[in-house]
Design a binder for this molecule. Sequence first.
Ligand code: 5AD
Ligand code: SF4
Length: 494
Amino acid sequence: MKGARKLYVKSFGCQMNVYDSQRMADTLAPEGYVETATAEDADLIVLNTCHIREKAAEKVYSELGRLRRLKEAAAADGRSLLVAVAGCVAQAEGDEIVRRAPAVDLVVGSQNYHRLPDLVAHAARGGRVVDTDFALDDKFDHLAAPSRAATRARGVTAFVTVQEGCDKFCAFCVVPYTRGAESSRPAEKIVTEVERLADAGVREVTLIGQNVNAYHGVGANGRPWRLARLLERLAGMPGIERLRYTTSHPLDMDDDLVAAHRDLPALMPQLHLPVQSGSDRVLAAMNRRHSRADYLDVVARLREARPDLALTSDFIVGFPGETENDFAATLTLVEEVGYAGAFSFKYSPRPGTPGADMSRQLQEAEKSDRLRRLQRVIDQEQAKFSRACVGRTLSVLFERPGRHRGQIVGRSPYLQPVQIQAPPSLIGEIADVTITEVASNSLFGALASPLSSPCKGEVGERGEPGGGLTPPRTAVGGSTLPLPGREKIAGAGA
Ligand code: 5AD
Ligand code: SF4
């Protein structure tokens, strides 16, 4: 390892970016880069950006303005600070970023992270670099795996990318342009990655992809495996107690995947299944390739397989041409499905997508009004779902200390945050909690049975202050997975 330098990675947007940020840190670790939690003392800052909506992209430019001042301050101190822009804004805007933001030394597209060490070395010699080609070689073959210590420091839950890109071309969405065509990683590579995670103490794995249930990787037998087969393989792996996957497209919900929700106890009863709109006219204009009835049919099949399935969704209000009647159909769909939560967004025209050129764009005020009305209904549904948990005993995987003294926080099978008063030694454990109260986004409860010997093996050590388990160092520009029903962040895709 070369002399230690400090790396600060700030991730915006979806879970895929959180995962990519970690892999960038892993790839730069052998170059001597150690992660730091603050931009101020960094030698290299990477902004891992999101382009899904205009607001997300604009955030990057305002952050770059701040970094310019930080860079000037570092120079005044005789230190050099390198600034890199990665992710979907990098992919979409390339040279434009270097032109618009003088602080930027290097721009790297989402398929080229394995080249970071070379690109950083070039930038350190004073060259400004833009590398946004879609690489022909598979970046996953070259990206360094995390060390055991790095995995443990990131906690007991982990994301694993299984596919990238999308071929669906919804009329509002930049993903097919920024992340490219759909491509799936070979099953064996995913299995090996999950084995390493399990070995380092990870107990819950979320398989991620922009259109994750379109997964069709080469299986162990050389035949294509769909997502259900991959989940089945991982469900039997020692140490891995919980599996999830996100984000899915309704059309790719095949029978085997539906059956997996019935047959695999490790597959948690929670699914993010974006519908975007409840109106057939709008769904057609969005090129979603499914109707409201198709979506409801998928939901019915899923609920037949797993009656307690918690569903979440994404919605866009104010797509071009959306009438009040169309919008009313979205409101009734939310009630008909009975979501456990949902993300909702005002339509944001993205340059280069068909929606941006459509006539009958809606006024901002109209979009804001519809968003408010939709969020009211989503909140009601979410509250209903949470209230129904009171009095129930749910198994909770504890992930980290809570905000208040003596509190720890975990997730229910339905992905709700659950807070209880309990010792940190329980972090990393799954225990039954009786739910006593609900707040807007969290459940509160108490252990269903008194603590006997919760600390098995290395768990106590990981939960102790200064031990292996600390919050992720990589700063995240938003939460990672739904439940909250707001225009906040979300996963990109499907
Ligand atoms: N405008 C508003 N919301 C969008 N999304 C994707 N593209 C846009 C856009 N142009 C939302 C969709 C998607 C989620 C990740 O972001 O709801 O499911
Ligand atoms: Fe693909 Fe999802 Fe974007 Fe549609 S919304 S193009 S399915 S990533």
